[in-house]
Write a protein that binds this ligand. Structure first.
Ligand code: DAH
Length: 330
């Protein structure tokens, strides 16, 4: 029966081996035929014959199992080869986008106020005299209008010079109380290292029953906001003037570059001006027919904050569309 073992070792595929298995171990296989001969073996020799046959069967089974392992491994190998992918080949490089630093800063500001339950209002970029000036206590011929160099349309419309008109639009649309911010694009005829004709502001307005909103509330929220934006900075409120707030203040943070020691960025004052704010002027409430209310408002320039955070020396570079600028923020 030596050639039986050869049958097994010569099977060159799993299919061929399966055929051999049936031929040897099957019900009508060669081993079964050998065992069938038992009945013709004389009594005394039966035991030795059976033992020999069983040993032979075990040896064949072992040979079979070994061959099976080899062929199985070969089959897996062949399959892996067929499915092989050359990962060293060049693919198409996917360009990952990056947020413009102004939008990234804007998002960070919005996140803060949204978490405090402020609604986000937008308004439109094209405004009229009433919403942009008049209702904000900037009547015609008011000298404060000179502070803003405005793009006018021929029909008297204008590109909004600040996001403050969204205060007016929101109050005309809704009853008090109000807790809103208005992030958006604004326009002024200005162009130098720190000014571009288009830039971004975030306005804030809180209105509630008379006596419920105080300058102390304003101070607390803006101090917390500025420390959220800039980390552990000192915050100071300086008396100032805006037509739509009374009293008004400008808010400074201790210089984030020198820690208040004095350097070029802060003009050696140790302080950086960051936003304007105040208690809403009664004339503004009059313009929108609000009675028995009090409120505070604030407005800040997004580019100014982005410039500080990323130490961008020339504001104009933010809007030149040079992709290399954005790549620095990847
Ligand atoms: N609108 C002002 C500007 O464009 C910024 C501002 C200052 C807005 C004080 C306010 C405020 O709401 O209270 O310069």
């Amino acid at each position: 029966m030596e050639n039986l073992e050869a049958k097994i070792t010569q099977a060159d595929s799993l299919e061929a081996l399966e055929k051999v298995r049936i031929e040897l171990f099957g019900k009508k296989g060669l081993l079964a035929a050998e065992f069938a001969k038992m009945k013709d073996i004389p009594g005394p020799e039966k035991k030795a014959f059976a033992q020999g046959l069983n040993e032979k069967k075990a040896a064949l089974q072992q040979a079979f199992d070994a061959r099976y392992e080899v062929l199985k491994a070969e089959a897996v190998e062949t399959m892996l080869k067929a499915e092989e992918i050359d990962v060293s080949l060049y693919g198409t490089l996917a360009q990952k986008g990056v947020l413009h630093p102004v939008m990234e800063t804007m998002d960070k500001i919005i996140d803060y106020f949204v978490a405090l339950n402020f609604s986000v209002e937008t308004g439109g970029m094209i405004e009229d005299d009433f919403h942009n000036f008049e209702a904000l206590n900037l009547p015609k011929y008011h000298p404060a209008r000179d502070m803003q160099d405005t793009f006018y349309f021929k029909d008297g419309g204008l590109l909004r010079t600040h996001t403050s008109p969204v205060q007016i639009r929101t109050m005309l649309k809704e009853k008090p109380s109000i807790r809103m911010i208005a992030p958006g694009t604004v326009f002024r005829r200005d162009y130098d290292v720190t000014h571009t004709p288009m830039f971004h502001q975030v306005e804030g307005l809180v209105v509630d029953e008379k006596g419920k909103v105080s300058f102390a509330n304003l101070k607390a929220i803006l101090t917390d906001f500025l420390q959220y934006m800039f980390g552990d900075v000192d915050v100071r409120f300086r008396p100032s003037f805006f037509p739509f707030t009374e009293p008004s203040a400008e808010v400074d943070i201790s210089c984030i570059f020198c820690g208040g020691e004095g350097c070029r960025v802060c003009s050696h004052t140790g302080w950086i001006e960051i936003l304007g704010c105040g208690i809403v002027d009664p004339n503004v409430f009059k313009a929108v027919d609000y009675e028995d209310v009090s409120g505070y408002a604030f407005g800040l320039g997004v580019e100014r904050i982005a410039m500080l955070m990323h130490q961008i020396p020339d504001l104009r570079s933010l809007f030149e569309g040079d992709i290399r600028l954005l790549e620095q923020f990847r």
